[in-house]
Design a protein around this ligand. Structure first.
Ligand SMILES: *Cc1c(COP(=O)(O)O)cnc(C)c1O
Length: 434
């Protein structure tokens, strides 16, 4: 199986290079040379498979034999050991709960799969692997958990000071061992820029055997496509005429790109709705064809505070750089914090369901979509458990209304270990050499 760079269609690398190096030297993003529709034999049985087996079938088709069957099966089963249930709010709206993994956000799917794949691909290497990752909230926790205690690997997480919730931060700064946290006096975009600068420094990358765990890593996207199949088949069981419309609360657009990959593999999807907070560079692009990245703005749906979405190049690539083609498949809608708070409240009052601020942005988009398309069957991706944003939830719904699962609650009393740094790539270079 081969990959090319979105900046150079002629460049070719193998799976290990694409997964471990993460970012091509030309600053593009890796994409598989071909993504083909799943065969009829898959569709004959897809309804009857366990979630993990469904994932394995999709992965096996995607990797085209690059990983031996039994090894791939073990990786998928080990990574996807929790469910993604579809909860129906009413006839038009269902919620796909993606927070049943160890760190309570959908990032667990990608991080757990990637950690196992990386360990598999590097099992015969001598040099220690250094995973460098910038997080706007949930990536860091998922990656830290997925790699914690993995031998011959260390993880350095960069996160914006004051830019993540208290419990999100606890997931980054309390594990210790092979996990270190850098608290950056800047924004998520600064963190992302610092990480990118380190990768583009070829000598540094080689010296420390750097690899990235951001959603720029292609191996994180594939397992995220599994749950699009899983959700669609849960709807398909009801033998409806309408295909699902996926509503995706988006920041770096990895989740949405994973949906596009599922579609390329033949999953019938009516449409995608990209829902954002005020960091609305993609909705604006879809409206006027002008792509204008901006500094990120802080919101209560902080995991989507991204001013320059890193997967945009992949999306453009999938649509052959055609604005019209992208617009036919994806619609974009953006909402502010006040609307988001009201949506959290409304979902509780109308549906007796506790939705987190990111899912609430999706709910707002689904409402607008359904006004125009009353027959649509929307599936909102609920990207994190509401308790990860307990301050906002308590403020909107009242203290004590939102339950905190034990695996999150137990972090509150653990000691924070993080190094405060300036938003300068040199800080990471220095830390690497310490
Ligand atoms: C990461 C994240 C998002 C954004 O996902 P992208 O794939 O970056 O678009 C949305 N919601 C939550 C809770 C997240 O953690």
């Amino acid at each position: 199986m081969q990959f090319y760079s979105t900046n150079n269609p002629d460049l070719r690398v193998d799976l290990k290079e694409a997964v471990i190096r993460s970012l091509p030297a030309d600053n593009g993003l890796y994409m598989p040379v071909s993504i083909t529709p799943l065969p009829d034999t898959f569709w004959d049985k897809w309804q009857d498979l366990s979630f993990a087996d469904l994932g394995y079938e999709v992965a096996s088709h995607f990797f085209q034999g690059a990983i031996p069957e039994q090894d791939l099966k073990a990786i998928v089963h080990d990574a996807i050991n929790f469910d993604a249930p579809l909860v129906e709010l009413n006839e038009s709206i269902s919620i796909l709960e993606l927070f049943h993994g160890p760190t309570l956000a959908f990032k667990d799917f990608g991080a757990r799969f990637m950690a196992r794949l990386m360990a598999y691909l590097t099992k015969d290497d001598d040099q220690e692997l250094t995973v460098l990752v910038a997080t706007s909230g949930d990536t860091g926790g998922a990656v830290a958990s997925a790699f914690h205690n993995v031998e011959n690997t260390r993880v350095i997480i960069l996160y914006p000071k004051g830019g993540v919730s208290d419990l999100q931060e606890k997931q980054l700064v309390t594990l210790g061992g092979n996990i270190s946290a850098l608290e950056v006096e800047g924004t998520f975009d600064d963190c992302q820029r610092m990480v990118k600068a380190c990768f583009l420094d070829a000598d540094l990358a080689k010296k420390h055997n750097l690899t990235s765990a951001n959603s720029i890593n292609i191996s994180r996207l594939l397992p995220q496509s599994f749950y699009y199949f899983h959700a669609a088949r849960q709807l398909a069981k009801q033998q409806l005429d309408q295909l699902p419309t996926f509503v995706i609360p988006s920041g770096n657009f990895g989740n949405l790109t994973a949906g596009l990959i599922a579609q390329l593999m033949g999953l019938p999807i009516a449409n995608f709705v990209a829902a954002t907070n005020l960091n609305d560079v993609v909705p604006r692009y879809l409206a006027d064809g002008n792509y204008a990245p901006q500094p990120s703005i802080a919101t209560i749906s902080n995991a989507m505070d991204v001013g320059a979405p890193s997967n945009f190049a992949r999306m453009q690539n999938i649509f052959g750089d055609s604005w019209d083609a992208m617009r036919e498949n994806i619609s974009g809608l953006a909402f502010d914090d006040q609307e988001t708070r009201e949506a959290v409240k409304a979902v509780k009052e109308i549906h007796d369901y506790t939705i987190d601020p990111h899912g609430a942005v999706g709910y707002l988009a689904a409402q607008i979509w359904l006004e125009a398309m009353p027959e649509a069957r929307t599936i909102i991706l609920e990207t994190a458990h509401p308790s990860k944003f307990i301050d906002t939830m308590d403020e909107v719904l009242g203290k004590g209304t939102t339950e905190i699962p034990e695996r999150l609650a137990c972090l509150a009393d653990l000691e924070k270990v993080a190094k405060l740094v300036k938003p300068d790539p040199q800080e990471v270079v220095d830390f690497l050499s310490e």
